[in-house]
Design a protein around this ligand. Sequence first.
Ligand SMILES: [Ca+2]
Ligand SMILES: [Ca+2]
Ligand SMILES: [Ca+2]
Length: 275
Amino acid sequence: MACSLTTAAVASQVVINFDDLSGGPYVNGSPVPPNSRLSDQLRPAYGITFDSGSHYVAVVDVGVGNTTSGANAIGGTSSGLVDYTAPVIFSFSSPSNPYIPATTNSFSMRGDLIGAGRTITASAYDATGKLLASDTEVDSGGETWTFRVAGIQSVRFPGTPDGNHGIALDDVTFSPVTPALPGDANVDGKVDFADLVILARHYGVAGVWTDGNFNDDPTVDFGDLVTLARNYGRSTDATSPDVGIVPEPASSVLAFFSLAVLFLPRAFGKSEGAT
Ligand SMILES: [Ca+2]
Ligand SMILES: [Ca+2]
Ligand SMILES: [Ca+2]
């Protein structure tokens, strides 16, 4: 019984070992071959995007025995070169639409097996950029940075101070992502008053999803308000009895939301730059 539970737990995680990709040279400062540049190629499958100074990470062949799986790992980049001092950013969005943020509730990554003794702190953030958790590990070789907290939309590895003793990352593991519900501006898994306040503060001006602009057009506007109103009260919590059964609101309810949007900017203050 314990074995089958363990198997199920492992199967529910996405594990990216980079070993099926084309590994390029691992030495700091090496040019990154085009087919070793990894950015959003895995997003349609898993909702993850990789970023660094050159807007991709380098898949590097560090050799079997030097990393926690196979021969390949990843490193930061700048100016088209492998640069282990550059931060590596992992971010999550809907596999079907990169505009829609997504979150995971667990994330881990491992350092290569060649330790250099440095202490490195990686951090996890929610969709609004708020710090959720940090994990500090000593680069002893094969160390693991781990985050277990709801609402992780990005993870930042800061890079290592000395690129010649840099850390290649491997076996990036996370729970399958959950895309934001329509109307969930702050991507906390529920569509509620806090989201209405965010939308109201940005109503009529340019904005992104976390400003209440849900349809990827130029501004936060009536269409976004209708989206929020129609999804008001929904939650991604699987235990919630309300999921998917909230009816579309009557016109009187939508009128209430419209009045709220007119009222809320005065109550909470419009965003900076708005008049
Ligand atoms: Ca690997
Ligand atoms: Ca919300
Ligand atoms: Ca809009």
